[in-house]
Design a protein around this ligand. Structure first.
Ligand code: PGA
Length: 249
């Protein structure tokens, strides 16, 4: 069976003072059944990893470069994230795709780099509102999935996060039927390309305005194995009830 997963994406939020929230979360969730991951800004990675060292909370990066080293000012390699204590990295988040012109081809190259450093790649995909309204959702997420995932993906080295762009940070959430339609489609697409065993082992997370108030119904939805949470992962008081809902699902 797939272990449920709750991943928090702090985005560009938090200085050293925010690490107190991490300590609170670790204490509150020491008995959680779900796999827990927090992806703080890179400046906090090694401090966060030290704090989480003796806990079941894992620490991840929010992006990495495709190359292992070189003249790429401002970038970080997957090996550097690993060295700082990360075990996973979010790749292809819609904010990276939009703000940094990342294509699915770039995401695939970064995914290979993450794997070679021993990191789990959390590969994000999702449609814009215009694409949904045009009826293109499955076409868009299908082509993002195909092009963002290199051959060699397994349930251990890869997690998929479906995040409709219009639901991120907006308080808007797709209907449960809409979430189920995409997650069922993704599971089927993984089966077709990688086989039933891989598809059955790969976690499919939903992301976009997951809150304590909507978490339980989202986690009860077909083929949803957890969540990638932005705003509500910044405070233990918000993230903890989401984790509790996932544990209970
Ligand atoms: P949100 O962000 O929970 O704040 O909508 C989700 C994400 O971007 O991963």
């Amino acid at each position: 069976m797939r272990q449920k997963m709750a991943a928090g994406n702090w985005k560009m939020n938090g200085t050293g003072a925010a690490l107190a929230e991490l300590e609170t979360l670790i204490q509150a969730q020491h008995a959680a059944k779900s796999e827990l991951l927090i992806c703080p800004p890179a400046t906090l990675l090694s401090r966060a990893a030290e704090i989480a060292a003796d806990s079941s909370l894992a620490i991840g990066g929010q992006d990495c470069h495709a190359a292992s080293s070189g003249a790429h000012t401002g970038d970080l390699s997957s090996e550097m994230l690993k060295d700082a204590g990360a075990t996973a990295v979010i790749l292809g988040h819609s904010e990276r795709r939009a703000d940094h012109n990342e294509t699915s081809k770039t995401v695939a190259a970064k995914t290979k780099s993450a794997w070679s450093a021993g990191l789990t790649a959390i590969v994000c995909l999702g449609e814009t509102l215009a694409e949904r309204e045009a009826g293109d959702t499955l076409k868009v997420v299908g082509s993002q999935l195909a092009a963002s995932l290199p051959d060699g993906a397994t349930g251990q080295n890869t997690v998929i996060a479906y995040e409709p762009v219009w639901a991120i940070g907006t308080g808007k959430v797709p209907s449960l039927d809409q979430i189920a339609e995409v997650h069922d489609f993704l599971r089927h697409a993984l089966t077709t390309r990688f086989g039933a065993e891989m598809a059955a082992a790969t976690r499919l997370l939903y992301g976009g305005s997951v809150k304590p108030g909507n978490a339980a119904e989202i986690f009860a939805t077909s083929n949803v194995d957890g969540a990638l949470v932005g705003g509500a992962s910044l405070k233990s008081a918000d993230f903890s009830p989401i984790i509790a809902a996932l544990d209970a699902s």
